[in-house]
Each structure stands twice: as structure tokens, then as C-alpha cells.
Write a protein that binds this ligand. Structure first.
Ligand SMILES: [Fe+2]
Ligand SMILES: [Fe+2]
Length: 141
């Protein structure tokens, strides 16, 4: 069976989601070192965006105006999310942290439900293999 980009990225999003859940529980329990935990999340978000921007988008040519606007939207949201992370780092108020989490969730939902499935439909096996090869070079474990 051919490997799909949506499966690889869904697995990455699941890892991110379980990290976010743990973080939410930690905050809910009034846990300490929120700052360090947020920094850990930031690092993982940066790695994830690096994979998408450099292993996926740089090897992919959008084939329709929907795809062009979707890639634009995704890149714009990556910037917005990083700005929200920086804001939360400066001011660790619960609402600032919650904004990061909810934006990440809706962003990943769009990628999982719309963008990556359409990418899998559009690309041929060779193109997908190349992208998945690069994704695999960055993802460990
Ligand atoms: Fe993304
Ligand atoms: Fe993503």
C-alpha cells in the first residue's frame, strides 16, 4: 500500500495533541514551571512547522487556486501561532496560553481534514515518496 502524507502528518499532529493535553492538565492543576513547559511546546511547534514548510511545501506546486490559498493560509497561521507563543511567553496569563492551544488545534484540523487529503490526491507516488522521505529524515522515533 502506498504511504500517504496525511497519515504521517496526522501521526505528528496526534503527538502534538497529547503534548497539549498534558500541558493543559498541568496548568489546570496549578503546576509549576509553566514557562519551561511552554518553551518545550514552542520547540516542538517550531520543529513541526519546519517539517511542513521545508519538507512538504518546498517540494510541492499547488495545482489549483484552492491549494494556493490553502498554502497561503497555512503559512500565515504558522506566523500567527508563533506570535501568540511569543506573547504567551512574555505574559503567561491563562488566556494567552489558551489562545495558542486553540489556534494550534484548529490549524491542525484544517490540515488533517482538508489540506493533506487533497495533497495526497493530487501528487503521484514518486512525489509523495520524496516528501515522506524528507519528513522521515527530520522526525525521530
Ligand atoms: Fe501547519
Ligand atoms: Fe501541521
Amino acid at each position: 500500500m502506498e504511504k500517504l502524507i496525511q497519515e504521517a502528518m496526522l501521526a505528528e499532529h496526534k503527538k502534538m495533541e497529547s503534548m497539549l493535553k498534558k500541558f493543559e492538565n498541568h496548568i489546570g492543576e496549578g503546576g509549576s514551571s509553566i514557562k519551561e513547559k511552554l518553551n518545550e511546546i514552542k520547540w516542538n511547534i517550531q520543529k513541526h512547522f519546519f517539517i511542513e514548510e521545508n519538507a512538504v511545501f518546498s517540494l510541492y506546486v499547488p495545482a489549483s487556486s484552492w491549494e494556493v490559498s490553502s498554502v497561503d493560509r497555512i503559512l500565515r497561521e504558522h506566523e500567527e501561532i508563533m506570535k501568540l507563543v511569543e506573547k504567551a511567553e512574555k505574559n503567561l496569563r491563562r488566556e494567552n496560553v489558551d489562545k495558542v492551544i486553540s489556534m494550534l488545534r484548529s490549524h491542525a484540523k484544517f490540515e488533517d481534514e482538508n489540506f493533506y487529503p487533497s495533497l495526497d490526491e493530487q501528487l503521484n507516488s514518486e512525489q509523495k515518496e520524496k516528501i515522506l522521505g524528507r519528513v522521515g529524515e527530520i522526525i525521530k522515533g
